[in-house]
Design a protein around this ligand. Structure first.
Ligand SMILES: [Zn+2]
Length: 92
């Protein structure tokens, strides 16, 4: 079902309403103050999460990161893991 975004005329709070296309209303009652909320045009397909942005990156960035890791020993995550002591053994 599509999500419709509304902005209240009084308190300017945005709210999302999930409703069937046939139930679509140009105005809704604001759930915060009970005022009139008008439909605003949202762009859900532009707002990508960080994860999906990374997926859309060129695969060559993976190789760049790999190369940077090799030339930077400090960035190696295994280095930190080796320094850690297991929890089940007392130190010393
Ligand atoms: Zn309101």
């Amino acid at each position: 079902m599509p999500v419709y975004e509304y902005r209240c005329r009084q308190c300017r709070v945005d709210s999302s309403v999930v409703s069937r296309v046939t139930d679509y209303l140009p105005e809704q009652v604001c759930e915060h103050c009970g005022g009139v909320a008008e439909r605003i045009i949202s762009t859900p397909f532009v707002r990508l999460s960080k994860a999906s942005k990374l997926e859309k990156l060129d695969p060559k960035y993976d190789k760049l990161v790999d190369r940077a890791m090799r030339s930077t020993p400090l960035a190696d995550p295994d280095r930190l893991l080796k320094k850690m002591k297991p929890f089940d053994k007392p130190p010393g």
